[in-house]
Design a protein around this ligand. Structure first.
Ligand SMILES: [Zn+2]
Ligand SMILES: [Zn+2]
Length: 312
């Protein structure tokens, strides 16, 4: 990862080549290192750097939000990069001692709910699942998911969710355009279908660019776990259309879907730490907001046209 160190050095932090060197080694490593492992890695590059300096630098990195301390029950801490790396949970293998990462906003919400119900102010929540990994159990080599790949896989999963939502949105608007009898209303649905189609191809292009950064990206394990994804909203909306609705009802269903989708991506996107995955969520939330506004405007105008029609 190319990193501009001056942008992450805390204000007033003094320039230190040793510190930058240690930081660079740390950010280059895969997954989760212990302090002693980091000392060994640093010594490969710079044998003159003392153990105490590495320890002190690790403490500074934790304080500056560049590293996170994790405890895998081994009797010592490990450290992982946190700069542009989303907060996550771990699966830890008792056999090979490797860890794999996952994130679930469902789990996070539940923990927050529990803490709030108990009037508890949480400072840190840790979820660790211990057991045997697939590779140790079956002997089959599988593409891994660790500290160095998480940011990319997070972006992959965020894009997959946005693409799935866009696809079901496209299906919804295509169907709505077909069954709307009001000419203006039909034009709006057609416009939205065209927009969803265009945005879908933009998202797919972005996905291809992402995949070019890692030949194993497709086959890496799932990182993001969501129970209630937004694509279900449009699928349910399309189902309602099939039952037969009038123009006004079709617009109202569209409004409900876009609002739900916007809220979903915004609410979750805001919880994530700075990362490409977060950006994808928030950009998509904005997109849905635009569609929502358009539908609301159209709904009002349709109501006006109908009431003018009646008074004539
Ligand atoms: Zn294992
Ligand atoms: Zn981790």
């Amino acid at each position: 990862m190319a990193l501009d160190l001056s942008s992450i050095r805390p204000p007033g932090g003094k320039r230190s080549t040793k510190r930058d060197r240690i930081l660079n080694v740390f950010l280059r490593q895969e997954g989760h290192v212990s302090a002693d492992e980091l000392v060994a890695l640093v010594h490969r590059d710079a044998p003159g750097v003392g153990r105490a300096t590495v320890y002190r630098t690790l403490q500074w990195m934790v304080g500056a939000g560049l590293a996170r301390k994790v405890d895998f029950g081994e009797g010592r801490f490990r450290f992982e990069p946190s700069y542009r790396h989303p907060r996550h949970f771990h699966l830890v293998c008792n056999v090979c001692h490797r860890s794999s990462e996952f994130l679930s906003s469902d789990v996070e919400s539940l923990m927050e709910e529990i803490a709030a119900a108990r009037q508890f102010t949480p400072t840190q929540s840790v979820v660790q699942i211990f057991g045997t990994c697939e590779e140790c159990r079956t002997g089959r080599k599988t593409p891994s998911l660790d500290g160095s790949t998480t940011a990319l896989v997070f972006a992959r999963d965020a894009l997959r969710m946005a693409i799935a939502t866009e696809r079901s949105g496209l299906d919804f608007y295509t169907r709505a355009a077909k069954l709307t009898s009001d000419a203006r209303g039909r034009a709006v649905f057609q416009k939205l279908a065209a927009e969803e189609k265009e945005h879908l191809s933009t998202l797919q292009k972005r996905y291809t660019q992402l995949a070019a950064q890692d030949p194993n990206l497709e086959s890496r394990p799932t990182f993001l776990f969501f129970k209630g994804a937004a694509s279900g909203l449009f699928a349910a909306g399309a189902e309602q259309l099939r039952k037969g609705v009038d123009d006004q009802q079709a617009l109202l269903i569209g409004i409900r879907c876009e609002r739900g989708s916007h809220q979903f991506f915004k609410r979750y996107g805001e919880r994530f730490e700075d990362s490409e995955g977060k950006q994808i969520f928030l950009e998509f939330a904005d997109e849905e907001r635009t569609h929502l506004d358009l539908l609301i405007r159209e709904y009002r105008e349709l109501r006006e046209r109908q009431s003018r029609g009646r008074s004539r």
